[in-house]
Design a protein around this ligand. Structure first.
Ligand code: UT7
Length: 323
């Protein structure tokens, strides 16, 4: 059986770091509120003119370096973003060009904060069916471009960044002992599309719009649905929570991560947490966290990793992989 096995990771964060205290100058908010409600202490914002593709290209190059590969050795790029450079072409083709990939194919996926998990599931399916052998999965966002900086309930929560994971085909036994992606679990429910959305777009307002969120409502859905999808993915993989070495959740809110870990029975020292430094980077948050943990030498070959995310749609899902 063919498995999609991790080969390398990379990430990029814009140089500009914005501490919580900066928002105190213009908004009725405080470092204490942001920290205690979300766990966020700072985030990175892209500089003027810096695009999502710039972040994605830097992450892609870092992943190639980590994997010891050239861009020409990648068959496909699946890039998750809700903040593309342009309405079209895809941001993925910008990366394809920049890394010197002259064959294969590249496209974007839009599932907002769950985008990376959705992209991972597509890459896994493509590899297992033989459509591609080496796939670069990227999550990249410049959410700072779609924030309303007068809305304290949203603008303090998000940040910019990019992360990349290279997967490649390898023969497995078809058991939970295999390396690679062992199971994926995806969901969406459009009845909840008004809980988290952008109030613009090409065919509605003709503008990019800004993020609007019913935070408390999303919070309640997140805690329930993340634990459900995490457990479902583990069951499909033939594992239970005792088998998890690392939980790498979407980095939206430390309280959501703690509650989900509790529900899944995973101790916090087994949870990769980067939200304090990155804020919520939407589709970039999981590959960023994976790449940071990998660079720190925390992820060992053979470790079982559960990733899970939820966001606008609502769209949510999880994946289990053996590193
Ligand atoms: O990535 C996609 C998925 N997104 C998420 O998972 C986000 C889910 N939601 C959350 O993380 C949390 O709901 C938030 C961090 C957004 C908010 O935390 P909360 O504990 O749910 O706060 P709240 O919305 O219930 O607001 C509590 C109070 C309100 O004031 P009143 O009505 O109690 O007087 C807000 O107006 O805090 C107020 N508030 C603020 N105060 C200071 C809201 N934003 C701020 C702020 N600074 N930035």
């Amino acid at each position: 059986m063919i498995r999609a096995v991790p080969r390398g990771t990379g990430h990029y964060l814009p140089v500009r770091v914005v501490e919580n205290a900066e928002f105190e100058k213009t908004l009725d908010t405080s470092d204490e509120w942001i920290r205690s409600r979300s766990g966020i202490e700072r985030r990175h914002f892209a500089h003027e003119g810096e695009k999502t593709s710039d972040l994605a290209i830097a992450a892609a190059r870092a992943a190639l370096l980590d994997a010891g590969l050239e861009g020409s050795e990648i068959d496909a790029i699946v890039l998750a973003t809700a903040t593309p450079d342009q309405t079209f072409p895809s941001t993925a083709v910008r990366v394809q060009d920049a890394i010197g990939m002259r064959g294969g194919f590249a496209f974007d996926i839009q599932a907002v904060c769950a985008g990376f998990v959705f992209a991972l599931a597509q890459a896994d399916a493509m590899i297992r069916t033989g459509l591609a052998r080496r796939v670069m999965v990227i999550g990249a966002e410049t959410f700072s471009r779609i924030l309303d900086f007068t809305d304290r309930t949203t603008c303090v929560l998000f940040g910019d960044g990019a992360g990349a994971l290279i997967l490649e085909a390898a023969e497995g036994e078809g058991s939970a002992e295999d390396r690679g992606i062992l199971a994926t679990d995806l969901h969406s429910d459009g009845r909840y599309s008004d809980l988290l959305y952008v109030d613009g777009g090409p065919s509605s307002t003709g503008t990019a719009g800004a993020v609007r969120m019913s935070g408390q409502e999303v919070f309640k859905h997140a805690v329930i649905k993340l634990a459900q999808t995490g457990a479902a993915a583990l069951k499909k993989a033939g594992l239970d929570t005792t088998g998890i070495d690392w939980l790498v959740p979407h980095q939206a809110n430390l309280r959501i991560m703690t509650m989900t870990a509790q529900k899944l029975g995973v101790p916090m020292e087994r949870v990769v947490v980067t939200v304090q430094d990155h804020g919520n980077t939407s589709a970039a948050s999981i590959p960023l966290a994976l790449s940071v943990a990998n660079a720190e030498g925390r992820l060992r070959k053979g470790d079982v990793i559960l990733v899970e995310a939820i966001g606008g749609g609502l769209a949510w899902g999880a994946a289990v992989m053996r590193w």
